[in-house]
Ligand binder design. Structure first.
Ligand code: VGL
Ligand code: ZN
Length: 219
């Protein structure tokens, strides 16, 4: 089968949070998370505009359960709304924050770090959890004449979904490459994320539609 999606000069790929802490054995491990690294590498070669994101929290970040002496995966009301509390993860400069060593970032024009504000989380690569503070990414992509944004990485139901929804809200046509993502899936969060994405007309696609069958990586 030939590729059914032909990538264009006005397409961008976001490669989201492929970091050690989200890999098996990491502090906030996403099951099978490392399986998406070779797919992301293959996808990046098909895009003229590639952005790699990196969750990059200061120690004592507001999204860490330890900061509030609360159990991980509980919820805490913060100034901007309800925040899921996570195990400490992706602390700036720590080994767990490093990008996966097999991720080939050579074609990325930007490595965007997010979640750096001590009191505000940022699942999205576009807008922080306060719903107001922009990372500037939408303007940067628009300046490069990008019209379509393809998303892959971790986790489908958190950083990928929030980035996809915000890209859509910023006026881009948005595609999530499902098999190039893996989910945390706590309390039905994966189904809920797809419901929101479907409602927003974020399109679900598979990597083989972009790569063609013969290019689907095996490992
Ligand atoms: C993420 C939870 C906390 C993600 C980041 O990359 O999906 N999830 N921080
Ligand atoms: Zn985080």
């Amino acid at each position: 089968m030939p590729a059914t999606i032909r990538t264009k000069a006005t397409d961008a790929l976001l490669v989201i949070d492929l970091q050690a802490d989200f890999m098996p054995g990491g502090a906030l491990a996403v099951g099978d998370g490392d399986a998406v690294v070779p797919i992301a590498n293959a996808l990046m070669r098909r895009f003229d505009h590639v952005v790699v994101t990196q969750d990059w929290h200061p120690p004592g970040h507001a999204s860490f359960a330890s900061t509030h002496a609360a159990p991980p995966f509980s919820t805490k009301r913060l100034a901007y709304g309800d925040q899921t509390l996570w195990p400490d993860h992706c602390v700036q400069g720590a080994p767990g924050a490093a990008l996966h060593p097999a991720l080939d970032t050579d074609r990325a024009f930007l490595i965007l770090r997010k979640g750096m504000e001590p009191g505000v989380d940022s699942y999205s690569a576009f807008v922080e959890a306060d719903g107001r503070t922009t990372t500037g990414l939408a303007a940067l992509l628009s300046a490069r004449r990008v019209k379509r944004v393809f998303c892959c990485g971790l986790a489908t139901d958190f950083c990928v979904a929030h980035s996809a929804l915000d890209a859509r809200a910023a006026g881009f046509d948005v595609f999530v490459v499902e098999d190039a993502c893996r989910a945390i899936d706590a309390d039905g969060s994966l189904d809920a994320a797809w419901a929101r994405m479907n409602a927003a007309e974020v399109w679900r696609v598979q990597s083989r539609e972009i790569l063609g069958w013969c290019m689907t990586p095996s490992g």
